[in-house]
Design a protein around this ligand. Sequence first.
Ligand SMILES: [Zn+2]
Length: 443
Amino acid sequence: MQVHAEAALLPGGWTRDVAVTLDGAAIASVVPGTAPDSGDIRVATLVPGMPNLHSHAFQRAFSGLTEWRGESRDSFWTWREMMYRFALQLGPEEMEAVAALAYAEMLEAGFTRVGEFHYLHHDTDGSPYADPAEMSLRIFAAAETTGIALTHLPVFYAHGGFGPTPAADGQRRFLHGPDSFGRLMESCAARLSRPQDRLGLAPHSLRGATIDEIRELAETWPGRPFHIHAAEQVKEVEDCLAHSGARPVQLLLDRAPVGPDWCLIHATHLTAAEIAGIASGGTVAGLCPVTEANLGDGIFPAPEFLEQEGRFGIGTDSNVAISAAGELNMLEYSQRLAHRSRNVCTWHGSTGGALFAGALRGGAQALGAPVPQIVAGAPADLVALDDALALDEPASLLDRWIFGRGIRVRDVWAAGAHVVSEGRHRDRERIVSAAARVLRELS
Ligand SMILES: [Zn+2]
C-alpha cells in the first residue's frame, strides 16, 4: 500500500510531496518530492501517531455522568466514590465493550498506542476469576479488535491508604498480594501475542502500595515500563508527609530506583528539588491535563520542568474526553492561565509543534516503544490530518489542530492497518452499539 501526502512531518520537518510505502506493519520507504501514483491513497498531511500513555479504559463508561453537584463540595475524593460504584458493575464482556469504544475513539483522535493502567482485576465480589487474567485478556481483545498498539500495565494495588490502611470495600476488585500479582504478570507476559504490544507494570500509588513493595516490584521486573500515580492531589501529599516524613515524589526519588523506565503519572504538586530530580533522571512526567482539569487536581509546573529538559507525554486517563489535540491544548492553556502569559510550553517557534514532538518522544519512552516517526523501518503508525480550508500551510497545521478549528483526523494507520478513514473507525458501528448496550444498563 502506498500513501501520498502533499506534506508530511518527517524527522527533518515538514516535507512536500511524500510517498510512504507500507509493507505489513512497517514503513518500507519514504520518498519526498515525488508525484502521486494512480493507485495511491492520497492525503493532505501526514504526521506520526501519538502515544496515549495513561488510560483507565473502563472509566469511559461514565464520561459526562459525574458532572453534577451534590450537597457537599465535590472533589477528586467524591468523584472516586462514584468511580468505584461504576467499577463494581462491569463484568468481562462489559469491560471489553467499553474498552473497545475507548480505543476506537483514541484511534479516531490520532492516538496509535495506549498505555492501559489496568486495576479492575477481579470478579464483582472481589474473588479472582477462574482465569485470574480474565480482565487483562479483555483489554488485549479490545486492543486487537480496534488495532491500537497496547502497552499493558497491570496494577499492583494492596492497601486502602497510607499507613498502610486496609482496603475499602469499594476497592475489592483491585487487590493483589505480591504472589498473585507475580502470577498475573507471568500470565500476561505469556499471552500478549502481537509484536507491537508491550508489558509493563504499575504500583497504583503510594496509597495502594508501600515504598518497600514498590522497590521490590522494580527489582523483580527490571527494564519494563514502570508507572505510578504520584502527587496528583494536595491531600495525598499531606498524607504522605504525615506518614513518611517525605512528599510522594521525594520519597520515590530517595527510596526507589526511579529512572528512564519510570513514568510518574500527574506529578502535579512538586517542589523545585522534585522537579530537578524527575528531569535529571530522564523520568517521564505522565500528564493528563483534561482529566486533571476535570478532577480539579492542580496545574503541572511546566515552565520549570521544561527549562530543565524534563520529558513528558500525554494521557487521557479517565477518558472523559478522548482527544490528543485536546490534551495538548489544555496543557498549554492551563499554563497561560496560571502564568498570565502566552506560548509558555516552548522557547521559540510553533507551540503546537513543540508540544506534539515532546509528547511523541516522552509518550513512546514511557510505553517502551520506538519514537513514532515517518522513516523507513519504523512502525506504520500514521495519522492524516485534513484541513477543511485547504490553506496549504503545513508549518501552522499542528497549531491550528491544537488551538484552532477546521483540522480533523481523517485517516489513521496502526501497524499498517487502515483503521480509520473519513474520521471513522472501520468497526465503529458494531463497537458503538455494543458499548451503548452496556452503558444503558449502568446505574
Ligand atoms: Zn490514572
